[in-house]
Design a protein around this ligand. Structure first.
Ligand SMILES: Nc1ncnc2c1ncn2[C@@H]1O[C@H](COP(=O)(O)OP(=O)(O)OP(=O)(O)O)[C@@H](O)[C@H]1O
Ligand SMILES: [Mg+2]
Length: 258
């Protein structure tokens, strides 16, 4: 089977979202259409209240659209049963949200192992992977600390390791490094690019960090519940190789100008 015969990784098709607030209906998403191909790295930017987190929740199957469909590999996940959705999320998605919901009774290491334990993975192998990832995010010296014994930024990094440990096909991140110092943020952004290059992991990152957004190959801007622009960068400063799509190859930024 050729790559082009496969449906896109994600199709967001005419998604609307309305909330009921104090008896009144408030329209938050007003018809979002977006196609995400395998291996893409895209940022979603826009002013506060634009609907970015709402869209991310719907994309992550944590909330349903009022109208429209979300297709993963051509399958409409808005029709899945709760049980099927839970399995789908465990196998396919990694979440990095600011409210990271670590389990307070468990250590950093155990929290990172948790998605694999839910799947019934071998404990020793999971522990090794979790430890390697925690070391990568700079927490090799905090493996046995519980969330209450970690700083806010350290908790965020544990949640990040937990999101990445099973190597999901798509990572959905909402301000993943919003609370971190710039050095830690940069090393985590580098980890994203590294995973994208090595594993082909697709990343969708909601961010107010212009530097991060501008280093990514694709930038989607939202305003008032709509997509205002969708820009692909053909030359950019990030380490991402040209995407695995049908695009023409572009100049390698390390190539000397011809
Ligand atoms: N459950 C809800 N009921 C009513 N309104 C809601 C609900 N959730 C979100 N909203 C409204 O929807 C709008 C979009 O919210 P959302 O969290 O998606 O914004 P955002 O783009 O992520 O903003 P920020 O950059 O501040 O995180 C906001 O005006 C918010 O008040
Ligand atoms: Mg938000």
């Amino acid at each position: 089977m050729t790559a082009s015969a496969k449906p896109p990784l994600v199709v967001i098709d005419g998604v609307h979202k309305r909330f009921l607030h104090e008896g009144r209906s408030v329209q938050i998403l007003e018809g979002i259409d977006l196609v995400i191909e395998r291996g893409e790295m895209l940022s979603v930017v826009g002013p506060s209240g634009a609907g970015k987190s709402t869209l991310l929740h719907i994309l992550g199957t944590l909330d349903l659209p009022t109208a429209g469909r979300i297709l993963y590999d051509g399958q409409d996940v808005t029709r899945y049963s709760p049980g099927r959705l839970a399995t789908f999320r465990n196998y396919s998605l990694g979440f990095v949200f600011q409210a990271h919901h670590l389990l307070p009774e468990f250590t950093a290491l155990e929290n990172v192992m948790m998605p694999g334990m839910i799947r019934g993975g071998a404990r020793a192998a999971l522990a090794r992977r979790a430890e390697a990832l925690l070391t990568e995010v700079g927490l090799g010296h905090r493996l046995t600390h519980r969330p209450g014994e970690l700083s806010g930024g350290e908790q965020a990094r544990v949640a990040l390791a937990r999101a990445l440990v099973l190597e999901p096909m798509l990572v959905l991140a909402d301000e993943p490094t919003g609370n971190l110092d710039s050095k830690t943020s940069e090393s985590i952004h580098a980890l994203f690019f590294d995973l994208n290059r090595r594993r082909g992991t697709t990343f969708l990152i909601v961010t107010h960090n212009n530097e991060l957004a501008d280093s990514m190959p694709r930038k989607v801007s939202m305003r008032d519940g709509r997509i205002e622009s969708d820009l692909r960068r053909f030359s950019y400063s990030g380490p991402f190789r040209d995407g695995p799509s049908e695009r023409e190859p572009t100049l390698d930024p390390t190539d000397p100008p011809g």
